[in-house]
Design a protein around this ligand. Structure first.
Ligand code: C2E
Ligand code: MG
Ligand code: MG
Length: 631
C-alpha cells in the first residue's frame, strides 16, 4: 500500500546533515535550539513514517495494538513537525515566544487538540482505524492537513508582520522558500498520499535552513575551536537580561607589532593555540575570539576571576611553543559582570572595546573592570549619537533663536542661532552633550551647515527688520573653521537664499585661532565674501589679546563665567577689558545676563549688547518670529 522509497533515501541525507551539525561546537541560542528541535522531530517523523508504513503493509504480522501505537506516534510527530517549522520561522523573525508565554501557549492549542484526537483514535476511530483488513483512514483524517495549513499560515503571517525584524534580506527569501516548500509538500502529499513525499520536502527545508543560517561554521573562528564575534553579539543580545554572566576578556598586547615581528602565519598559529587552550581549560564556558588578539570567556556569574587569570598567566609566563615556533606574548585582562538588563547592547560592546584598549596598554595584568557606570555613560553617549545621526540625516536639527538686546535702548537688536536636537522621546538634548560628540566624529560640519542654512532660510522667509533685528549670529566650530572650502560653501548657501551676508555674523572662539597664518587667510576669504566675525566666549581658555587685535572682529562676547564673577564681586578687570576693546573699535556683548541687577551693572561698565535669560531664553524660530513681530 505505501511506497516508502523516498523516505528511506531522505533518511540517509538527513543522517549526513546530523553528523555535520553535531560534530561542531554549537552556540546555545534560541534559533539553534529550535533548529535542533526541528532536526529531531524530522528524524523521528521519517523513522516512524517508514516503520508504521511497513507495519501497515504487513499488518497481518502485527497485533492491532502495535499498529495503533506506531500509527499514533507517527501522526503525533507529524503534527509536532508542523508546529516546529512554525516555531523556527517565529524565531528567525525574533518573535519572542519565550517571553510572551500567552502567545506561545495559544499557538500550542491546535497541536494539543489534534494530539488528543489521535490519542482517542484506538477507541473512537476518528483519525484512522485498524481492522482485519489493516489500516483505513478515519472521518477526521484531514486534521493532518488542517494542522499543517494552520501552522503554515501562522508562519506566513509572522513573516509579513515581523519582516523588519530580520537582519538580512537574504534571510527573508530563505524563509519564504522554506515555507513555500512545506506548502508544496502538503499539496503533493494530498495528490500522491502513498508516496510518503512529505519527508523529502521537509528535508529540502532543513537543507535550505542549514545553508542559510544554521551552518555552525558561521559562528566559528580559528579552525572551529572558538566562537567568533558575531556569535558573541548574537548571544549577548539574545540573553540580555535573561541570564547572569561573568565575562573575562583576554587581550594580547601589541597585536599589530607582534604580527610584524613573528609574521602573520606564525601569530595566527599562536592565536589558534591560545584559543584551543582556553576552550579546553574552560569547558563549561563559551570562548569567543573577537579578532586582533582579543578573547572573551563567558562564564557563570560566580566564575572566579583570580583563579582563571592565575592559570592563564602561567601560560603567558613562558613562550607558546609548537614545533619550530616560539612566541613570547604579553597579556592583559578585562572583566565585566552582566547581571541586569542592558538598555543598549551597543553601549556594552563599546565599553568593552574601550576596556580592551586599556588592558592592552597596562603592564600589571590586573583586570580592567568594565563597570555599570561606564556602560551607562556609554549608553548615554550611544543614544545621544543616535539622536544626532537621526537629526542630521533627517534634516531635523532645530534652530532656536535667543535675542540679543541693545544695552542703551533695551530693545532687541539681533539674535543668536543655537542648535537643538531631540532624543527618541522628543525631549531636547543640551548642545553641551552633542556638540562635543559631533566635533569628535566630524559630524559638526553637517550640523553647522544645517544650522547656517536654516538661519539663512529664516532670514529669507521673514522680514527680520520687522522683528527689530538686523543680524543673527551663527556659531562656527573650530573644526568647521579649519575647512578650506568653508567660504565657498557658505557663500553658495547665502546666494541660494538670496540674502545679504552682512545679516549673518559668524561666532568663533579662540580655539579656532591656533594657526595664525591660516586664521588670517580664512577670515579674509570669508570677509571678502561679506561675512563678519564675532569672538565668542572671550575670557575662558587661553585669551591672547595680541592675536585678537590682529583679527577684525566686529564684536567680542564675554563668556558668562566672567560676567557672573564680575557681578558677584565687581573689580577693575572687566571694566578695563571692555575699555580696551572699545578702543579697538570692537562692540562688546555680555552673555548670561540673568537678572535686572546684572543688566544694570553691565550697562554701567559700557557693554553694548546684552544676552541672557533675563531677556529671553532661546526660542523656537516660529515663537521668536511671533514674539518679536511688530504687527
Ligand atoms: P554659546 O555660543 O556661548 O551660546 C550661549 C549659550 O548660553 C547657549 O547655550 C544659551 O542658551 C546659554 N545662555 C544664554 N543666556 C543664558 C543665561 O542667562 N544663563 C545661562 N545659564 N545660560 C544662558 P546652549 O544653547 O546650551 O549652547 C551651548 C553652546 O553650544 C553654545 O555656547 C555653543 O558653543 C554651542 N552651540 C550651540 N549651537 C551651536 C551651533 O549651531 N554650532 C556650534 N558649532 N556650536 C553650537
Ligand atoms: Mg555662541
Ligand atoms: Mg558664548
Amino acid at each position: 500500500m505505501w511506497n516508502y522509497s523516498f523516505a528511506v533515501q531522505s533518511t540517509f541525507i538527513l543522517g549526513i546533515i546530523l553528523v555535520f551539525y553535531f560534530s561542531l561546537p554549537r552556540l546555545s541560542i534560541r534559533m539553534n535550539r529550535t533548529f535542533v528541535f526541528m532536526l529531531i522531530t524530522q528524524s523521528a517523523v521519517i523513522f516512524f513514517d517508514v516503520v508504521s508504513s511497513w507495519a501497515d503493509n504487513n499488518y497481518s504480522l502485527m497485533t492491532s495494538s502495535v499498529l495503533y501505537f506506531l500509527n499514533s506516534v507517527y501522526f503525533i510527530l507529524f503534527y509536532i513537525r508542523a508546529y516546529a517549522s512554525y516555531v523556527f520561522t517565529a524565531n528567525v523573525f525574533r518573535v519572542d515566544l519565550i517571553l510572551d508565554k500567552v502567545k506561545a501557549n495559544l499557538m500550542l492549542i491546535p497541536l494539543a487538540v489534534s494530539i488528543l484526537m489521535v490519542a482517542s483514535t484506538p477507541w473512537t476511530g476518528i483519525i484512522y482505524t485498524i481492522d482485519a483488513k489493516g489500516y483505513h483512514t478515519g472521518p477526521f483524517y484531514d486534521v493532518l492537513y488542517i494542522i499543517s495549513y494552520f501552522y503554515l499560515a501562522a508562519s506566513f503571517i509572522t513573516m509579513l508582520i515581523y519582516r523588519d525584524n530580520i537582519k538580512k534580506r537574504r534571510y527573508w527569501y530563505s524563509m519564504l522558500l522554506f515555507n513555500a516548500i512545506i506548502l508544496a509538500g502538503i499539496i503533493c502529499r494530498r495528490a500522491f498520499p502513498t508516496l510518503l513525499l512529505m519527508d523529502t520536502f521537509y528535508l529540502m527545508c532543513v537543507i535550505d535552513v542549514y545553508l542559510t543560517f544554521q551552518n555552525p561554521e558561521f559562528y566559528l573562528d580559528l579552525k572551529g575551536s572558538v566562537f567568533n564575534s558575531s556569535a558573541f553579539r548574537d548571544y549577548i543580545e539574545e540573553n540580555n537580561g535573561l541570564l547572569a554572566h561573568r565575562l573575562l576578556g583576554v587581550a594580547i598586547h601589541n597585536y599589530h607589532e607582534m604580527r610584524d615581528i613573528y609574521g602573520a602565519t606564525k601569530l595566527d598559529e599562536g592565536i589558534g593555540m591560545i584559543a584551543r587552550y582556553l576552550s579546553v581549560t574552560f569547558p563549561s564556558c563559551n570562548v569567543f575570539y573577537y579578532g586582533r588578539g582579543r578573547f572573551m570567556i563567558l562564564g557563570p556569574s560566580d566564575m572566579a576571576y583570580e583563579e582563571c587569570t592565575a592559570m592563564i598567566n602561567k601560560m603567558f609566563d613562558k613562550p607558546w611553543t609548537e614545533e619550530n615556533m616560539e612566541l613570547y606574548l604579553e597579556v592583559g585582562y578585562v572583566t565585566a559582570d552582566l547581571t541586569g538588563k542592558l538598555n543598549s547592547t551597543d553601549a556594552f560592546f563599546n565599553a568593552l572595546l574601550l576596556g580592551f584598549s586599556e588592558a592592552e596598554r597596562k603592564d600589571d595584568r590586573i583586570p580592567v573592570v568594565v563597570s555599570d557606570v561606564q556602560m551607562a555613560e556609554n549608553e548615554n553617549e550611544v543614544s545621544v549619537k543616535r539622536a544626532l545621526e537621526a537629526a542630521i540625516e533627517g534634516d531635523r536639527v532645530e534652530v532656536f533663536l535667543q535675542p540679543i538686546v541693545d544695552a542703551g535702548t533695551e530693545k532687541v537688536a539681533g539674535a543668536e542661532a543655537l542648535c537643538r536636537v531631540r532624543d527618541s522621546k522628543g525631549d531636547l538634548i543640551p548642545p553641551g552633550l552633542f556638540i562635543p560628540i559631533a566635533e569628535k566624529n566630524g559630524r559638526i560640519n553637517q550640523l553647522g551647515e544645517q544650522v547656517f542654512e536654516k538661519t539663512c532660510r529664516f532670514v529669507s522667509e521673514n522680514d527680520i527688520s520687522k522683528l527689530g533685528i538686523s543680524w543673527i549670529n551663527v556659531n562656527l566650530s573650530p573644526m568647521q573653521f579649519m575647512k578650506p572650502d568653508l567660504a565657498e560653501r557658505y557663500e553658495a548657501v547665502i546666494k541660494r537664499y538670496g540674502i545679504d551676508p552682512k545679516v549673518i555674523h559668524l561666532e568663533i572662539t579662540e580655539e579656532a585661532m591656533v594657526d595664525d597664518v591660516f586664521l588670517r587667510r580664512q577670515m579674509q576669504a570669508m570677509q571678502h565674501r561679506g561675512f563678519m566675525f564675532v569672538l565668542d566666549d572671550y575670557g575662558v581658555g587661553y585669551s591672547n589679546l595680541t592675536r585678537v587685535k590682529k583679527c577684525s572682529f566686529i564684536n567680542v562676547k564675554f563668556d558668562m563665567s566672567i560676567i557672573r564673577d564680575y557681578c558677584k564681586e565687581p573689580d577693575e578687570i572687566l571694566p578695563n577689558m571692555i575699555l580696551t576693546f572699545k578702543h579697538m573699535n570692537y562692540g562688546v556683548t555680555a552673555e548670561g545676563v540673568e537678572t535686572e541687577e546684572m543688566a544694570k551693572m553691565l550697562k554701567d561698565v559700557g557693554c553694548d549688547y546684552l544676552q541672557g535669560y533675563y531677556y529671553s531664553r532661546p526660542l523656537p524660530m516660529s515663537d521668536f518670529a511671533q514674539k518679536y513681530s511688530t504687527f
